[in-house]
Design a protein around this ligand. Structure first.
Ligand code: GLU
Length: 600
């Protein structure tokens, strides 16, 4: 992770030629103490957990000055837009879940990107055939109208106590003064280097002096600082009705590609009307009752809440706290397989599709599916979906379709304040590096979120609710979750990046914490498995290289190795106003948990 650099010395270290953008001299040694990169922190006054210490510190700064969890969440998100620019930022979208302590109720905002109003189901077809995924990613075609600026404003309007300009200030400062490049930032840049070079504005910003940014150097983004300043001054009209928006549509529709690169950056059709029509949507959360607790998350257009919820309902019929490690993982894998089969058939943007959200979350439907699971055998994938509108006992369903491909990136933050409010917020630009296109002179990347649509139905025999459509939101897997006790007080809140693996990461972490009794930070650190209605289940090395794997194979499981799944963060409410913040110990170089007033 990166450490902030003392402002004055950093400025002295910068040569005039390098002032505009990019990496500069090595840090001055006055970095924040290592403790601030800790994966767990306990104390009073509120808590922030994110993947990055500068971003967590931005949230803590706002909490310390009297802001609430919503103010701090927006500040943290804006800072992640600087220090995690390949996973988040105002060029993307996300889903915001808020617990209001005064009313003991949960509220959400769907800030998903939307397709242009000219889009139809053939958006990603060329000569009648689906485009190759990577051809679609680095193009204007994949860019949806960003939802993040509208989400920030909607959250502040409804529940915040600070103006947008005020909570953007810490992020503006980090963008202007710089942050210290770490291994993760460098390696994410390296993984994108080839396509970043297709787009000169991106190369200029993220490959300063034509090179990968060196670990330990200071990375500055004054153009983003100015963009945040303008957003703070003019409000989100600057994006949805103003010059930042003009720059976004121009970039998507006329990709600023280097002609010498030979890259065919297909143009998009994003218009001023698309931006003007964009709304972040306030909507009711999903709710699942699990072992007497209320599990709240995001409703469609994300499939997160319904899929995690259905799987929890399936698992509720098994005593996971007493199960052996093998039987726990077996049931978790099978519940995920079933929930993904149903997700694929039923979940899309509810403004366009008849999504049976209530049915998917009903215990009756879960029971009708849970009885497919046997202790000593494995279900075959692709498993056919059930019908939540007409649950039939032990329904096997009809025709099956495989799960469509999704990338695995993004970032999640979790915040609590001294009044007991909680935010669980996942934001994204889709791929690591999004579309690869930086809006010229503005310092941020555009998303490629529209590649979360199915390019074509996964099976001609099964209805696909996730085909592109005009103004439609692509289906997401984002699952920011808040768990409440019987008195509707928070127990824990968490979330993760990772594309479709978000769902399994949230499900596994919740069950490790609630059923298996692991401390939150260990539940987050536990090696992960991810089954998404596929022939094989992905395992991280900690499980792949274990005896547990061989025991699971003995009952019919097949596995592939996935080196790293997700990067979760969470907060847990402790008695008497105390909070515990938790983040990754190792994944993505370790996360950053902080509290306002540490206490043992
Ligand atoms: N685009 C993904 C989704 O909405 C999130 C990005 C990721 O984590 O890859 O499900």
């Amino acid at each position: 992770m990166r450490r902030p650099v003392a402002r004055k010395l950093a400025i002295l270290a910068v040569s005039a030629a390098l002032v505009s953008v990019g990496a500069t001299a090595p840090p001055d040694g006055r970095a924040r103490p290592a403790a601030e990169k800790t994966p767990v922190a306990v104390g009073y006054g509120g808590a922030v957990a994110s993947v990055d210490p500068d971003a967590s510190a931005a949230g803590i700064e706002v909490l310390r000055k009297g802001g609430n969890a919503v103010d701090a969440a927006v500040a943290t998100a804006a800072a992640l837009g600087v220090t995690e620019p390949y996973s988040s930022g105002i060029g993307g979208g996300g889903y915001f879940v808020y617990y209001d302590a005064r009313t003991r109720s949960v509220h959400t905002i769907d800030g998903r990107e939307t397709a242009p109003r000219t889009a139809d189901s053939g958006l990603f077809l060329e000569n009648g055939k689906p485009l190759a995924f990577n051809d679609a990613v680095s193009s204007g075609l994949s860019v949806g109208t960003p939802g993040t600026p509208a989400t920030w404003q909607a959250a502040l309007d409804a529940w915040g106590t600070r103006r947008l300009g005020s909570v953007l200030r810490p992020a503006e400062r980090i963008a202007r003064d710089g942050f210290t490049v770490d291994d993760t930032f460098r390696s994410q840049t390296a993984a994108n280097e080839t396509r970043f070079r297709y787009f000169p504005d991106t190369a200029r910003l993220f490959l300063p002096g034509g090179q990968l940014p060196a670990v330990g150097s200071t990375f500055k983004n004054p153009e983003l600082a100015r963009t945040y300043e303008e957003l703070g001054d003019k409000g989100t009209d600057a994006v949805y009705h103003g010059d930042i928006g003009d720059a976004i549509t121009r970039t998507a529709d006329h990709p600023p590609v280097d002609p010498k690169s030979g890259w065919n950056a297909r143009p998009g059709k994003l218009s001023d009307q698309d931006l003007a029509a964009y709304r972040a949507k306030y909507q009711a959360p999903t709710r699942t009752s699990y072992r007497g607790l209320g599990v709240y998350s995001i409703a469609p257009s994300s499939s997160g809440g319904t899929t995690v919820g259905e799987a929890l309902n399936i698992l509720e019929r098994t005593n996971l706290s007493k199960a052996s490690e093998v039987q726990y993982l077996h049931h978790y894998i099978e519940a995920s397989r079933i929930a993904f089969a149903d997700r694929g058939r039923w979940v899309g943007d509810p403004a366009y599709e008849d999504v049976p959200t209530k049915g998917l979350l009903s215990q009756r439907f879960a029971d009708s599916r849970a009885c497919l699971i046997k202790d000593d055998a494995v279900l075959h994938s692709p498993l056919a979906p059930g019908d939540p509108r007409h649950p039939a006992p032990c329904q096997k369903g009809g025709k099956a379709a495989p799960t469509t491909y999704e990338g695995q990136n993004t970032t999640h933050l979790t915040v609590a304040d001294r009044w007991g409010n909680v935010v669980s917020y996942t934001l994204t630009i889709e791929q690591t590096g999004g579309s690869g296109m930086t809006v010229p002179g503005r310092g941020f990347l555009l998303n490629n979120e529209l590649t979360d649509f199915s390019f074509a139905p996964a099976s001609p025999a099964v209805h696909d609710p996730n085909l592109p459509g005009p103004g439609k939101r692509p289906r997401s897997s984002i699952s920011p979750t808040i768990v409440l006790d019987r008195q509707d007080r928070p127990v824990v809140a968490l979330g993760s990046p990772g594309g479709a693996t978000i769902i399994t990461t949230v499900l596994q972490t919740l069950t490790e914490f609630l059923d298996r009794g692991l401390p939150l930070v260990d539940a987050i650190a536990a090696p992960r498995a991810s089954q998404r209605n596929a022939a094989t289940t992905e395992l991280e090395p900690g499980l792949y290289d274990s005896a547990t794997r061989r025991q699971l194979e003995a009952i019919g499981h097949s596995f592939t190795l996935n080196p790293e799944i997700g990067a979760a963060t969470g907060v847990q409410r402790l008695p008497n106003g105390k909070w515990l913040a938790a983040a990754e110990k190792v994944r993505r170089g370790g996360g950053s948990a902080m509290v306002v007033d540490p206490a043992p």
